[in-house]
Design a protein around this ligand. Structure first.
Ligand SMILES: Nc1nc2c(ncn2[C@@H]2O[C@H](COP(=O)(O)OP(=O)(O)O)[C@@H](O)[C@H]2O)c(=O)[nH]1
Ligand SMILES: [Mg+2]
Ligand SMILES: [Zn+2]
Length: 308
């Protein structure tokens, strides 16, 4: 038996992994034995908890990878079959940043992000930025519906330094991923939380960003008071990956609770009699825009979506 130590992978680059142990950092490679067999996915990813053995000054070997609590991944078609590329593992939360104006929030996109997070059981947190441009009333018009179904929403303004401390507290001690459309204010928010953090987290996922051709470095950027922000390029276009249309209602918290009350167990909540979702919609217990997002994700054709 070799003696091993437990640590977290905080950086991955071309087959090398930086592992943070208690008070010490090791540059590691993967023990050959781990590479045997399963070749159709990444063996080690940023965010993984691993057991490492020391093999020299500042160097180690990854001997074991602990089971992942959750992960964001991408399926990459390759000649030998589909390859599962892990972007990040073991997230404590996904923070979705949208601006109230400039650009206008694309809530359809937010709904997709939230479904992805739900499907991996990653708590989703929402940031409604640039409230200085709209005022709280307009901001609430967009985002209050999310608070009503249980999501935490931080109303922020980098310009007026509002809500930044509360968001900072939310990040402390956790591994967080920030995602959102370009221009929403992710870099500005990170810099407001900790000077230079925005620059350090360059890959901050932007749904509309065009692919830049550079070596992929994935890393966790430490916060001074504890916790990490993920810098994970490759998550440019968060997509629904392998979520089946029939599962989608389970990833809308406000629908999930109603589904067992529909008359038919395979109810699509579109036109069936005795549908608890439609009933709630009529009583305005469900926001029509969220229902619309649900139908879109269910791949109900646009012309079959009832006018709302
Ligand atoms: N008025 C206002 N502008 C902001 C705020 N936060 C960011 N911005 C501006 O929005 C633009 C995009 O910000 P940036 O941080 O680069 O967004 P990112 O693409 O999400 O990283 C910049 O011109 C920022 O100065 C805010 O709270 N209020
Ligand atoms: Mg940015
Ligand atoms: Zn139904």
């Amino acid at each position: 038996m070799i003696e091993t130590l437990r640590g977290r992978v905080i950086k991955a680059q071309s087959g090398f992994f930086t592992v943070q142990l208690d008070g010490e950092i090791l540059q590691c490679r993967i023990r050959g034995r781990l590479k045997q067999g399963k070749k159709m996915g990444d063996i080690v990813a940023v965010g993984d908890w691993v057991q490492v053995s020391k093999i020299g000054e500042g160097e180690g070997m990854i001997e074991e990878v602990e089971p992942r609590r959750n992960m964001m991944y991408r399926v990459d078609p390759r000649p030998q079959g589909e390859y599962q590329q892990i972007i990040i593992a073991n997230l404590d939360e996904a923070v979705f940043v949208f601006s109230c104006a400039e650009p206008e929030p694309r809530l359809r996109m937010l709904d997709r992000f939230l479904v992805i997070a739900e499907s991996e059981m990653i708590p989703g947190v929402i940031v409604a930025n640039k409230i200085d441009l709209t005022g709280m009333e307009k901001a609430k018009e967009y985002f209050e519906r999310y608070e009503e179904i249980g999501y935490q929403v931080f109303y922020t303004s980098v310009e007026e330094k509002k809500g930044i401390d509360a968001l900072h507290d939310q990040l402390l001690g956790k591994v967080s991923l920030l995602a959102g459309p370009s221009g929403a204010g992710k870099t500005s928010i990170l810099n407001a939380i900790q000077p230079g953090l925005g620059l350090a987290v360059q890959g901050v996922s932007e749904a509309t960003q065009k692919g830049k051709h550079t070596t992929v470095v994935r890393k966790l950027v430490p916060l001074e008071d504890g916790g990490y922000v993920a810098d994970t390029p490759g998550l440019k276009a968060l997509d629904l990956w392998d979520i089946e249309p029939e599962e989608v209602d389970g990833f809308f918290p406000e629908l999930r609770a109603l589904v067992p009350h529909c008359r038919f167990s395979n109810c699509t909540h579109l036109h069936e009699p005795g549908c608890a979702v439609k009933e709630a919609l009529e009583k305005e217990d469900i926001h029509p825009e969220r229902y619309h997002s649900y139908l879109r994700m269910r791949k109900v054709e646009e012309d079959k979506i009832p006018w709302l």
